[in-house]
Design a protein around this ligand. Sequence first.
Ligand code: C2E
Ligand code: MG
Ligand code: MG
Ligand code: MG
Length: 284
Amino acid sequence: KKLGKDQFAVFEPAMRESFQKHLQMEADLRRAVLRHEFELRFQPIVRLRTEEISGLEALVRWQHPDRGMIPPMEFIPLAEETGLIVPIGEWVLREACRQAARWNSRRAGQAPLTVSVNLSAVQLERADLPRLVGSALADSGLPAECLIIELTESLLVDHRPETLRRLEEIKALGVRLAIDDFGTGYSSLAYLRNFPVDIIKIDKSFVDDIGDLPAAAALTLGIIQLGQALQLSTVAEGIEDAGQLSELTDGNCELGQGYYFAEPLTSVAMDNLLFADPSPPSQE
Ligand code: C2E
Ligand code: MG
Ligand code: MG
Ligand code: MG
């Protein structure tokens, strides 16, 4: 009994502290939604053979007034738990479409860029999601073919019956669907047949080891070939060096993203990347 009491005395303050931290974070996140403390970064997705930019992935950041920039992994889980991912996700979708439409309008004559937006399972539980996607496209003027929705494998594996219907409705708009972090979830390949998927994003963990571990290289090539057989595009995530790039290009991976090409950029930095005047040719 005495031991139990001691343990309780030791445990309680730690529990209370973590509980209070959680409550504080939740209050901060509610405030962040009201005060628009979120920003987007855009990471180029590159055609591997030519290294031209084919599209961008929108990645959310929280600019916290005291704690500075908070990465998504540190607040998306709480946002999902509290339902705040719904207004945050709506803002991300609308802002990503708006920026992509703006960039494309300045790229007349060039192939339009795609924009990829990550969606949480909680957003897919909402019956109004297809309408929201349609409204984000209409309000921004972005053609549906330019929007890609990224979903995780676990979302497809544990899906509810309505999920498939909602994805079909979104697809009917002309939007494409990508499976993010492919190869990391419970690998039931059945969903590749059952879901209207267009793009496979090969998880960074495969790309990381592609040069060092024969198994990682074999799995990566296998995923690329699976994609080709099903007529899906393949995107390699987290390319950090030229060796990884050449392995992927040799394996016929179509697209890729990673620090080797560019980190996620602010919209101002993206403006510069897309529209900076090439230096004038030297006269001598
Ligand atoms: P993700 O969708 O798989 O995004 C790729 C992540 O890998 C991004 O991290 C990106 O910055 C990072 N990355 C890209 N290239 C490299 C590389 O070469 N090396 C390394 N080490 N990392 C690289 P980020 O921005 O921290 O996002 C993490 C995750 O948070 C995303 O993974 C996505 O699952 C989630 N997320 C981001 N934005 C949103 C959003 O708007 N909504 C939702 N629901 N989730 C989001
Ligand atoms: Mg993603
Ligand atoms: Mg990913
Ligand atoms: Mg690496």
